[in-house]
Design a protein around this ligand. Structure first.
Ligand code: OMD
Ligand code: FE2
Length: 436
């Protein structure tokens, strides 16, 4: 299906709010969810992303009013998964080595968002709804007659190259590099490219839905503010022709040919949908005295687990900010961490690495792997004049997770895996003087 792509979309603001929206006046029932006859001849359907009985504070569900109930569909058949994998990763290795990849090339043959998913690694277990998978998406073609739905997890998208129009059951969301989008678990969508090519990162979260981190002593405001999360307004496709719906379920892909668009929701209300966030709105906090703070201060979204403080996934950003710490080694310190750290770069240069960590590329510092500034960064930062300094034109991010990430065999043997990554720490000189 073709059509013009609106550049100005309308959104409804507020993280986790009870949003409500109708694309046709009168489509949304008032005062009840499931009247004897839904308005305009629509079908009412509940989309539950949490168990009915989960505490109100994190219960997620929406009511949709659609042209046909979702139940009206033919059987699904297996569909080739390409380079998409789930946990436990087949032939996966929990590798203690530090790994770094250059940006993967875009496919030479036309490839859409679904077929262009490329898994780096995963942890937990997709069938037990714990853990995450990390993928790149590499697309050169829009999805026109195809739709995708992930029953295994919600999808946090971090575009790095090219904008995307996400046409979802709940409406349209436009994202550009610098912004992120989250597509709720079980939400159907198709991806239209706004340019010729699109590359970015995906955290597929099998666990609890992403939420905003607690602020503790920071207070009621700061970091990512709830009102800056934007949800789509209802927009539907009324389309009676054969389309393909690809579903990710239990780690595999499945496809079915529908005789109508699954994006036929005319009105909806609730708190489970898709949303976007512009990282430029992140209220970065940091030290105004000394020492480099723990990067948890940069958490945008977190997926908690049953163990307080141990996230299945934290989404952390390293955004433009001032560095003013006195008598401080300002870049990230050398460290070992029980949490596993996958990092990507949207643009610019990351302050712990002088070279080699490139936009579109990635690094994986698995649980306990020793890492930190490369030799060149260490030399510079320990000698620099500590005037206030602005870190600008950069955006790096981290998916941090409590379990080791198990990498796919093709990511470990890929041509864009950088050999000799260890060498960035090899030039670190011995400077011990032996006496005070
Ligand atoms: O390893 C990294 O570069 C990520 C990171 C950044 C930081 O500021 C402190 C700790 C940390 O793991
Ligand atoms: Fe780190």
């Amino acid at each position: 299906m073709t059509g013009t792509i609106e550049t100005q979309l309308e959104y409804s603001a507020g993280f986790g709010n009870e949003h409500h929206s109708e694309a046709v006046p009168g489509a949304l029932p008032v005062g009840r969810n499931s009247p004897q006859r839904a308005p305009l001849g629509l079908y009412a359907e509940q989309h539950s992303a949490t168990a009915f009985t989960e505490p109100r504070g994190h219960n997620r569900r929406s009511w949709v009013y659609r042209i046909r109930p979702s139940a009206a569909h033919p059987p699904f058949r297996p569909y080739a998964a390409g380079l998409l994998r789930s946990a436990p990763v087949p032939a996966g290795v929990a590798d203690p080595n530090r790994l770094r990849w250059s940006a993967p090339a875009l496919p030479e043959t036309p490839t859409d968002f679904v077929d262009g998913l490329y898994t780096v690694g995963a942890n937990g277990n997709v069938l037990q709804r714990s853990g995450i998978a990390i993928h790149w998406y590499l697309a050169t073609k829009s999805m026109e007659d195809r739709y995708f739905v992930d029953a295994d997890g919600e999808l946090l998208l971090v575009p790095q190259l090219g904008g995307l129009l996400l046409i979802t059951e709940y409406g349209r969301v436009r994202v550009e590099p610098g912004e992120i989008a989250v597509i709720g678990r079980g939400v159907r969508f198709r991806v239209v490219l706004l340019g010729a090519r699109a590359r970015g990162y995906v955290c597929e979260n099998y666990g609890q839905a992403f939420t905003l981190p607690e602020l503790g002593p920071i207070g009621a405001n700061g970091l990512a503010n709830p009102r800056d999360f934007q949800y789509p307004v209802a927009a539907f496709e009324d389309r009676e022709e054969t389309v393909q719906v690809v579903q990710k379920f239990g780690g595999g892909l499945w496809a079915a040919d529908y005789d109508h668009s699954p994006l036929d929701v005319v009105a909806w209300h609730g708190n489970h949908a898709a949303y976007k966030y512009d990282t430029a709105r992140f209220n970065v906090m940091g030290t105004v005295s000394f020492d480099h703070p723990d990067p948890s201060i940069y958490t945008v979204l977190t997926s908690p687990t049953d163990t307080p403080g141990q996230a299945g996934a934290d989404f952390v950003i390293f955004a433009p900010r001032w560095l003013v710490g006195e008598d401080t080694f300002r870049p990230p310190w050398y460290h070992r961490n029980v949490m596993s750290e996958f990092m990507g770069l949207v643009k610019g240069v990351y302050d712990a690495k002088a070279e080699g960590f490139e936009p579109g590329g990635a690094s994986l510092h698995n649980m306990w792997s020793a890492h930190g500034p490369d030799a060149e960064t260490f030399e510079k930062a320990s000698a620099q004049d500590l005037v206030p300094q602005k870190v600008e034109d950069t955006l790096a991010f981290m998916f941090e997770t409590r379990w080791p990430l198990v990498t796919t065999e093709f990511a470990r043997s890929a041509a864009h895996l950088q050999p000799g990554y260890d060498d960035v720490w090899r030039g670190i000189r011995r400077t011990f003087t032996g006496q005070g």
